[in-house]
Design a protein around this ligand. Structure first.
Ligand SMILES: *[C@@H]1O[C@H](CO)[C@@H](O)[C@H](O)[C@H]1NC(C)=O
Ligand SMILES: *[C@@H]1O[C@H](CO)[C@@H](O)[C@H](O)[C@H]1NC(C)=O
Ligand SMILES: *[C@@H]1O[C@H](CO)[C@@H](O)[C@H](O)[C@H]1NC(C)=O
Ligand SMILES: *[C@@H]1O[C@H](CO)[C@@H](O)[C@H](O)[C@H]1NC(C)=O
Ligand SMILES: *[C@@H]1O[C@H](CO)[C@@H](O)[C@H](O)[C@H]1NC(C)=O
Length: 469
């Protein structure tokens, strides 16, 4: 079987150091406007900047899907093993150390830049330097690789050097932030007695991926006029695993250490984003703050569904799918089939559905498609494939994902299909597995080009079509 090569090209923001000086005098006066950052995809086309060749690692798409499957498995085991998580809550109250085995695998936010992820650039330190960070709605903790490094992977930008930032500070293990590290990283922090009781975090992402280092504080710069002094994050000196060439991870889930929570006193507990398609690579944004719901082109078009929570993963964002239509016809599955924990995740590529729902979707879709296009063998986790490339498939049945309330995702052809190997195009959905406890994940391929709003204050999630501008 053939493979596609994706040249990994990065778009980088041009940031001049003179802006860093401006910011210091102006930023505190600019309260409450929402923050807007550009979002890029790791396979997007290069426009203004080229990276050196060492960063242009070729990636096999089948590998990308397989690695992404690890994230899905981790999420699955975290959400379906509810009994172990309730005992976790009980043991936390009793001060007993966490049972790492049952909970230490959050999402694998990692499988990197280079694996279907989206990223943003954030500024850190004084003077401000900019870093390329994976954007992750599936985790809360923020960290980046730091000097002096025991184990660091090759990253896009120069390593963060705390000794060069005059606003950098290590947090001691007696601080409240250190106490909250456990719930954000799933591991107890430790106290480094040799280094003035510095708080040491360990963020585990799977059996093999983790970041470990000092809990730190520094000035966060999002735009030259929007900053947050004392931003809490991990300065990772020991980073092992599949983090690609990103500098670190920005967690946007709901724990108090997430970037969203830290910004919310000033901007409100709301954010929105639009993930650009891989081929256009343009128009993606992350907007944080109350005003992010009032973006000119999309304010009237948001339609909302209630934001749900799940005790197994209180920091993640859940919603409820109620129906799926293919070419206007509802799938014939019982409404109960949709009642599983359904999580919004920027780090999963392909949407996962409970097996009975996926089987019905696949059948309905293949039924219509096979009248026009020849079927092809399965590709990786995708098992509804057709001969031909996406560009040569003008007539594809529309799929609508309908959520509780008024919201839906009316998917366009590029959200429905994905190019597999050369000349083969597949339905971009998969089953979450055949166990009795099932989950669903709304992946990034289906979210592309929609504006997605997380109005945490009002517990609702909104979608608006054509959101990338
Ligand atoms: C990036 O590389 C491409 C092809 O190698 C070249 O055409 C383009 O001019 C380069 N862009 C910049 C900004 O250097
Ligand atoms: C989840 O629970 C099942 C059985 O209850 C167990 O076999 C499995 O190992 C658990 N998974 C994790 C990640 O703890
Ligand atoms: C954001 O809006 C919520 C209500 O929707 C309000 O309670 C909060 O004070 C606002 N926050 C800011 C920073 O404006
Ligand atoms: C609104 O959308 C139009 C095209 O649809 C675009 O030209 C314009 O720049 C957008 N405005 C904003 C503020 O994003
Ligand atoms: C889906 O949302 C669009 C607006 O985004 C709306 O026009 C359409 O009626 C909705 N469809 C359903 C079935 O609710």
């Amino acid at each position: 079987m053939g493979t596609i090569w994706f040249p990994v090209l990065y778009l980088l923001l041009a940031i001049t150091s003179s802006l860093a000086e401006l910011q210091e005098t102006h930023l505190l006066q600019h309260k409450q406007a929402s923050i807007r950052l550009d979002i890029y995809h790791d396979h997007g086309p290069a426009t203004s900047h080229n990276l050196t060749s060492k960063h242009k690692t070729p990636i096999f798409f089948s590998d990308v899907l397989l690695r992404n499957e690890e994230r899905v498995k981790a999420l699955h085991s975290r959400l379906v093993n509810k009994s172990s998580s309730s005992s976790l809550v009980a043991s936390k109250k009793a001060g007993v150390p966490l049972k790492l085995k049952s909970i230490s695998i959050p999402l694998n936010p990692a499988f990197s830049i280079g694996s279907g992820n989206y990223y943003v650039k954030i500024g850190l330190g004084t003077p401000t330097k900019y870093y390329t960070m994976i954007l992750d709605t599936g985790s809360s903790f923020c960290w980046l690789q730091c000097r002096p490094c025991i184990s660091c992977h090759t990253q896009i930008d120069p390593l963060f050097d705390p000794s060069k930032s005059k606003t950098y500070k290590t947090l001691s293990c007696h601080t409240s932030q250190c106490s909250s590290v456990k719930d954000a990283t799933f591991n107890n922090p430790s106290c480094d007695a040799k280094s003035s009781n510095a708080c040491e975090y360990t963020a585990s992402y799977s059996d093999t991926s983790q970041s470990q280092g000092y809990l730190s504080q520094d000035l966060l710069t999002l735009t030259p006029f929007q900053t947050l002094p004392g931003f809490v994050y991990g300065c990772g000196k020991n980073n092992l695993g599949m983090f690609g060439t990103s500098d670190g991870i920005v967690g946007l889930a709901q724990h108090q250490l997430s970037m969203l929570s830290q910004l919310s006193p000033k901007y409100g507990s709301v954010f929105s984003y639009c993930l650009p398609t891989v081929s256009s690579g343009r128009g993606g944004f992350l907007s944080i703050g109350n005003l992010s719901l009032a973006m000119p082109n999309i304010s009237t078009a948001y339609r909302f569904t209630p934001m749900l929570s799940d005790s197994a993963a209180p920091n993640l964002y859940f919603l409820r799918l109620t129906a799926i239509t293919v070419a206007g016809r509802r799938l014939e599955v019982s409404p109960a089939s949709y009642r599983v924990p359904t999580v919004m995740d920027t780090g999963t590529i392909i949407t996962r559905l409970p097996e009975s729902v996926y089987t019905a979707l696949r059948e309905a879709f293949v039924n219509v498609m096979s009248k026009r296009y020849a079927q092809a063998p399965a590709y990786s986790i995708l098992d509804a494939c057709f001969k031909g490339s996406l560009h040569n498939m003008p007539v594809v049945p529309e799929i609508q994902m309908i959520f509780r309330g008024a919201a839906n995702l009316t998917l366009k052809t590029p959200n429905v299909l994905i190019d597999g190997v050369k000349g083969i195009t597949c339905l971009a959905f998969a089953s979450s597995g055949s166990t009795t406890n099932q989950i669903a994940i709304i992946g990034n391929h289906q979210q592309q080009t929609f504006s997605v709003a997380y109005d945490v204050s009002n517990s609702r999630i909104g979608f608006a079509a054509d959101g990338c501008h």
